[in-house]
Design a binder for this molecule. Structure first.
Ligand SMILES: [Zn+2]
Length: 274
């Protein structure tokens, strides 16, 4: 289901530094937060070798960046690597837990690590003085719409004690994946935006953000086509304000259809409605 496999390319240390210099050449004193999304693990020494890692951290600290967000799988999170980063800049380590269910993570996502391993890595980050952003995935393949909602809600509750912020990612169809084949055969539909709203409305016990990438497209999370823009806009507003009131005014004829999908999909073998 993940598109990175077809996008990845080997990068030398020099390639990484060229990219870093190009991305930071216009850095101004206004830029207080830097996010380094490697589409992989910043803390993996095979992906970002030690001298590069240090040069990037030193470069950002020298530029006055106050907070750094990096991504890593749990197995690369060590006290030493976290402390090396925290010593230069306040650091948030984002980890793709996706779900707190080992069953769903193993079989729907094939992620290859357990909830226990995530918890241990989160503890290491916190002990090292960093903060944790936890990604949750709404609707991996093989989950019905209703099960996907309850999986995300349960995961949010389970991940909360180990996280400082949650980020809800809405599943979308990447090329050349099993999920794409299932989608083409009518066996999978990306999540409804109403489902994302349902999760965001019910996670009021801690910060949760969501960027509905590709919202309103057939391959991305979508509703009926008429309300997608308004719902996606409300989701983006909520990410900034954390105010669930932004969802109150939203309505559309398709909401009733979505409610039926959530209620009945587990009992049917029918094709998705839209
Ligand atoms: Zn609609």
């Amino acid at each position: 289901m993940c598109g990175y496999a077809s996008e990845g390319a080997p990068a030398t240390e020099e390639d990484l530094m060229v990219q870093f210099r190009s991305a930071t050449k216009d850095l101004s004193s206004e830029d207080r937060v830097a996010k380094i999304y490697t589409s992989g693990s910043f803390l993996d020494p095979a992906e970002v070798p030690e001298p590069v890692n240090s040069q990037i951290l030193d470069g950002l600290a020298a530029a006055g960046v106050e907070k750094l967000v990096i991504e890593s799988r749990p197995e690369y999170v060590t006290g030493e690597r976290v402390e090396a980063s925290v010593a230069r800049i306040r650091t948030e380590v984002a980890m793709g837990l996706e779900t707190s269910s080992d069953l769903v993570r193993d079989h729907s996502i094939c992620k290859g690590f357990s909830f226990e391993e995530f918890k241990a890595a989160a503890k290491t980050v916190h002990l090292g003085g960093g903060s944790v952003k936890t990604y949750l995935l709404l609707k991996p393949p093989f989950l019905s719409e209703g099960v996907a909602i309850s999986d995300a809600l349960r995961s949010a509750r389970d991940a909360a004690p180990h996280s400082d912020v949650l980020s809800l990612n809405l599943s979308n169809i990447q090329r050349g994946t099993l999920q794409e084949r299932m989608w083409m055969q009518g066996d999978y539909r990306p999540p409804w935006l109403w489902s994302a709203v349902e999760v965001l409305k019910n996670v009021t016990f801690m910060p949760i953000i969501c960027d509905p990438v590709a919202a309103g497209t057939r391959r991305g999370p979508h509703n009926c086509g008429r309300c997608d823009e308004a719902v996606a806009k409300a989701i983006r507003e909520h990410a900034l304000s954390q105010d669930v009131g932004v969802f109150e005014e939203l309505d559309c004829g398709c909401r009733a259809a979505w409610e039926k999908v959530v209620e009945l999909e587990d009992y049917s073998f029918g094709a998705p409605l839209f």
